[in-house]
Design a protein around this ligand. Structure first.
Ligand code: IPE
Ligand code: IPE
Ligand code: MG
Length: 237
């Protein structure tokens, strides 16, 4: 892996998949797989920070995941709090800028409060921008942006003629994040599952069999190695 700053992907996004499969293989409950996944996430943030990744965005709960059994949804809803309890201080102390993207209307008030507080507390941090996509859906994000744009046009805040890709981007949940350079999905599922549809327009895609709880530094190194071999053309020559 070439650690030179301009060779590294600036923004890595990860679809953290395979927690349930990992647990099943061990005869454990799916929820234990999710718990193990949180530890993997913490290790991954640390490692990304060490090697100089500027933006890391991970998919933790999709707008479609509400259709899972109630017991699993309830557990997944508690995970951000567990994650924050374990890792909050480290983020504050180590320059991690924390954000959550997604719908907020179905999350519990006390979780929203904790998220908001930490977002504000880490506002000045810029060692790594870590973003948790929680109750996030790419299609939802785009519809939500379209609605906000319609309102702003109606209220004369923007002119329809001025709407272009850049202005549209400002209405997405990710307005403060750059486009994704490298998208990684674990657990051998070759699909996007409604993650960051706009932001991955020109991402390099990397799929691995490794289940998320088994994902280690060497797996990230392999993904970055592969990324560095790709010829990114953006439609040019
Ligand atoms: C990813 O693991 C975590 C979430 C989607 C919340 P899964 O729970 O999807 O694990 P598999 O795909 O069933 O193995
Ligand atoms: C995508 O994984 C969502 C997250 C990792 C949070 P899923 O396991 O929900 O996706 P599908 O159902 O396999 O497409
Ligand atoms: Mg899955």
């Amino acid at each position: 892996m070439d650690n030179t700053k301009d060779k590294l992907p600036k923004h890595i996004a990860i679809i953290m998949d395979g927690n349930g499969t990992w647990a099943k293989k061990r005869g454990l409950s799916r929820n234990l797989g999710h718990r193990k996944g949180v530890q993997t996430l913490i290790n991954t943030i640390k490692y990304c920070q060490q090697i100089g990744i500027e933006y890391l965005t991970v998919f933790a709960f999709s707008t479609e995941n509400w259709s899972r059994p109630k017991e699993e949804v309830d557990y997944l809803m508690k995970l951000p709090e567990q994650f924050l309890e374990t890792y909050r201080k480290t983020m504050c102390d180590n320059g991690v800028r924390f954000r959550v993207i997604g719908r907020k209307d179905n999350l519990k008030a006390d979780l929203l409060k904790k998220i908001k507080e930490l977002e504000i507390e880490t506002e000045e941090n810029n060692n790594i921008h870590f973003t948790l996509a929680f109750d996030y859906g790419g299609k939802d994000e785009i519809v939500n942006a379209a609605k906000k744009i319609a309102i702003d046009v109606k209220e004369n805040k923007i002119k329809l003629e001025d709407l272009d890709e850049n202005l549209f981007y400002h209405y997405l949940y990710t307005k403060d994040l750059p486009m994704v350079d490298l998208l990684i999905r674990t657990s051998n599922q070759i699909r996007i599952s409604n993650f960051m549809l706009w932001q991955i327009a020109y991402s390099e895609l990397y799929f691995t069999d490794t289940l998320w709880p088994d994902f280690r530094r060497r797996d990230l190194d392999k993904a970055i190695d592969e990324y560095q071999k790709r010829n990114r053309r953006f439609g040019g020559l």
